[in-house]
Design a protein around this ligand. Structure first.
Ligand SMILES: *[C@@H]1O[C@H](CO)[C@@H](O)[C@H](O)[C@H]1NC(C)=O
Ligand SMILES: *[C@@H]1O[C@H](CO)[C@@H](O)[C@H](O)[C@H]1NC(C)=O
Ligand SMILES: *[C@@H]1O[C@H](CO)[C@@H](O)[C@H](O)[C@H]1NC(C)=O
Length: 766
């Protein structure tokens, strides 16, 4: 059988996993809380031999000066010192002590530790990142690139982390370790999983009485095992979720090395721990960082991921992050950070299960019921009294009589309630209808039921009411590939513009996030039957931008192996300009939430990630660290706010500019003027083989006139850089409308097409 990418979801299990992520996050430590404090490294007094001594001394003098003896004696003063991702420390302080810290020598900025949002959700569908084509060969499957995954830890015994086929020499630049801890020792790392560390001082600082239930890098949630095996899991034959999505599981970069940094805990998820994990990953020498989480509603200069990823970007580390699961409303995404990659989630061309009517009609549906239940040739029941499927009591009276048809309800939320009722009633079988636009949802998987598209409702119901003895069969544990159309942006995927900086078009790209099959913690339930049967699984099907992010991280890993000389911005540019705006029907990618519409760049960025095309993008939009600083300066951030991100005064604000050399465009017009002219300058580097001429082709956003000059770029040699200007003149369109277009540089007589999406939007949507 054709090897399949590993991926898939389950609603039931999602409820379990999400449960602990929703625990109260902040400890109740009286009046003290943890603060993250940025310091100026150039003001380190030379009496201190290490930065840690300086921080420690600063805090000691403050604690002895203030009269709060209870907090003074309480704990180790500094929670973490940071030296790579940021410069400074985290510390538990009272508000009085915080004021004193603000007045101390070298202080830059301080803000409270905050909780991080993890990006898993329930929903469903597919991808296709198939067999061994261009990029896999060129990158040797990501050989020796080191991926750091910042997450809930790892299940080291999983088959996905065995090191068969991995070379026995770990690159010299690797400085990390395999840290011992509870149920975790150094023999659990190998030539695939080369590092594992854990960070929970922030959790403990917030609540000194907390008992950490797995004090090591071991994953008790399954999330980190899933994401890390998606990026770089080894080949595993016959992996499946209870028979669904069966095939060869493997990560996107199966020959890359993995290092896990466990920073998310059942007991809490804190910025201070996330910062510590990223700080260590940079110091350890990772090449790519995969971050399936984000901080909502924070400015760039207080966002640990923005801060730490700036340091990573300076070192050429590619940081790939999830857009969030707060869609489909606009302006909901996190990680909309100009120097990293922000990934939206799309569906996969795969579905599971079939309904067969007694008259021979076969209807494709959705189910992830984990056993092959005997739902063959059972009576098919359509009874108006119970067809709303809203009463456990009524349904229970007919529980064993056959397969019950539940009516289509106007609101998908009500349909989920139906599914819950059916689970509680322990039916022999049930058929649900959902609007076709939502048909990538397999129900809860807890009862022997199947979800069918609303368009098939009339024929199913007609058959059931017109036949004397209607029967039906539900087939479980079946997988169908090649479902169309796919991909589509899934409803949960968070949308741009980025609240932290709307002037850069986010998300950047879309990757498969719905119904992804990957490795899991086999000691926790991955499925539930009815109300009390819990089933574990080595592989689980999950959905979310958390699952999309590691696909993009994996592709970035392959690009890093194929083009070690490319900067993080160059790799992002290659991913953006080659992404596909079309689905597998060659029509524009759709948005499942708005079925009548095509997906906008605010939902999917440039479109679906296309690894093989990204290998050879033709042109690249590069950016230097100073370019990003120029943007921060133009945003009128204070010097201290900028220093919190850059940690270094070697940058300057001599040329503030909002016009970042980004591979996409967003023009925001204000409500009052209703007419605006936006100017952009872009510089592209020819990374093709030699001389090449490119011609601009513009699809105008409705209501705007976009001009490009020059319209031809003639490169004479490889790595030559040429610039062009874009003017977007917004005239008038329907008020509050957002319009889209694109600019494609087409190689004259060649194969390269370098596409940038364009959005023109009113300022009111941000
Ligand atoms: C690590 O733990 C495993 C399983 O408990 C054990 O078999 C192995 O000997 C341990 N290795 C070391 C170095 O302690
Ligand atoms: C529906 O409910 C009514 C009232 O309880 C009952 O008389 C009737 O027989 C039921 N119909 C069916 C088809 O079960
Ligand atoms: C335009 O301005 C009006 C009044 O100030 C406001 O109510 C409306 O929300 C604005 N619309 C947009 C798109 O900014």
């Amino acid at each position: 059988m054709e090897p399949k990418p590993m991926f898939v979801f389950s609603f039931p299990f999602m409820i379990l996993i999400i449960h602990w992520f929703l625990l109260p996050l902040h400890g109740s430590a009286a009046e003290s809380s943890t603060y993250i404090v940025h310091m100026d490294r150039y003001l380190l007094p030379n009496v201190f031999s290490t930065h840690h001594d300086w921080f420690q001394s600063t805090i000691e003098s403050i604690k002895s000066a203030t009269l709060d003896h209870s907090s003074k004696q309480s704990q180790k003063l500094i929670v973490y010192s940071y030296n790579h991702a940021m410069y400074g420390f985290s510390v538990v302080l009272t508000t009085e002590e915080l004021e004193a810290v603000k007045n101390s020598h070298g202080f830059v900025a301080a803000y409270p530790d905050r909780s991080v949002t993890i990006d898993t959700t329930h929903t469903s569908e597919f991808l296709s990142l198939d067999s061994s084509s261009g990029l896999w060969h060129a990158s040797n499957f990501g050989e020796d690139v080191i991926v750091g995954v910042i997450d809930t830890g790892v299940w080291p015994e999983s088959e996905s982390f065995k090191d068969d086929g991995m070379t026995k020499k770990i690159p010299n630049r690797w400085k990390g370790t395999c840290e011992e801890g509870q149920e975790f020792n150094t023999s659990m790392c190998n030539f695939k999983l080369i590092g594992a560390r854990f960070f929970n001082k922030g959790v403990i600082a917030a609540n000194s009485k907390v008992k950490i239930n797995m004090n090591s890098a071991r994953d008790t949630a399954g999330h980190g095992t899933h994401t890390s095996s998606t990026v770089a899991g080894n080949y595993v034959n016959g992996a499946s979720y209870f028979g669904y999505a069966k095939g060869v599981a493997r990560g996107i970069a199966p020959r890359a090395r993995l290092a896990m940094y466990k920073v998310l805990w059942k007991e809490g998820r804190f910025a201070s721990d996330v910062m510590a994990g990223m700080d260590q990953a940079i110091a350890d020498g990772v090449d790519v960082m995969s971050i399936s989480m984000g901080f909502d509603g924070v400015p760039l200069y207080e966002d640990p991921i923005a801060i730490a990823s700036f340091a990573a970007m300076e070192k050429g580390v590619v940081v790939s992050s999830s857009a969030g699961n707060a869609g489909p409303d606009l302006g909901t995404l996190h990680n909309g950070i100009p120097w990293l990659l922000t990934v939206a989630a799309g569906t996969i061309d795969r579905r599971f299960g079939t309904l067969i009517l007694g008259n021979g009609q076969i209807i494709g549906g959705w189910t992830l019921f984990p056993v092959n239940a005997l739902a063959e040739n059972l009576p098919l029941i359509y009874n108006k009294n119970i067809s709303a499927c809203n009463s456990v009591k009524l349904l229970s009276t007919m529980a064993k009589e056959g397969i019950i048809i539940c009516d289509l309800l106007p609101d998908p939320e009500l349909s989920f309630k139906q599914m819950w009722v059916v689970d509680e009633a322990s039916l022999s079988g049930a058929v649900f209808f959902l609007d076709g636009s939502l048909l990538n949802v397999a129900g809860t998987g807890r009862s022997p039921s199947i979800v069918i598209g609303a368009q098939d409702a009339p024929s199913v119901i007609n058959y059931a009411i017109s036949h004397r003895k209607p029967t039906a069969t539900i087939k479980f544990q079946q997988t169908f590939l090649g479902i169309k159309p796919a991909p589509a942006v899934d409803g949960y995927s968070s949308r741009g513009p980025s609240p932290s900086y709307p002037g850069v078009l986010k998300p950047d790209i879309m990757a498969p996030g719905s119904n992804v099959l990957a490795a899991f913690n086999p000691h926790i339930p991955a499925a539930k039957i009815g109300t009390n049967v819990l089933l574990p699984s080595d592989y689980n099907i999950l959905s979310g931008t958390s699952m999309a992010c590691p696909h993009a991280s994996g592709v970035a890993t392959l690009l890093k192996a194929a083009h070690p000389e490319w900067s993080a911005a160059a790799i992002r540019s290659a991913l953006v300009t080659t992404a596909s705006p079309l689905d597998n029907t060659q029509n524009p990618i759709r948005d499942y939430t708005f079925p009548s519409q095509y997906a906008s760049p605010l939902a999917m960025g440039a479109g679906q990630i296309d690894p093989n095309k990204a290998l050879d993008p033709g042109l690249i939009y590069d950016a230097t660290p100073q370019d990003y600083v120029n943007l921060l300066c133009a945003l009128k951030y204070t010097l201290k706010q900028i220093l919190a991100i850059t940690r270094s005064t070697s940058y300057n604000c001599a040329k503030p500019s909002l016009d970042l050399n980004y591979p996409s465009f967003i023009a925001i017009y204000s409500n009052k003027t209703m007419s605006v002219v936006d100017k952009f300058k872009r510089t592209v580097t020819n990374v093709g083989d030699g001389a090449a001429t490119y011609i601009a082709k513009v699809t105008q956003p409705k209501g705007s006139v976009m001009t490009v000059s020059p319209e031809t770029l003639a490169f004479r040699y490889k790595n030559e850089r040429l610039s062009y200007n874009v003017i977007i003149k917004y005239n008038k369109y329907n008020k509050e409308d957002i319009s889209y277009g694109d600019l494609v540089w087409i190689e004259d007589g060649g194969a390269h097409r370098v596409r940038s999406p364009i959005v023109v939007a009113p300022s009111g949507i941000v």
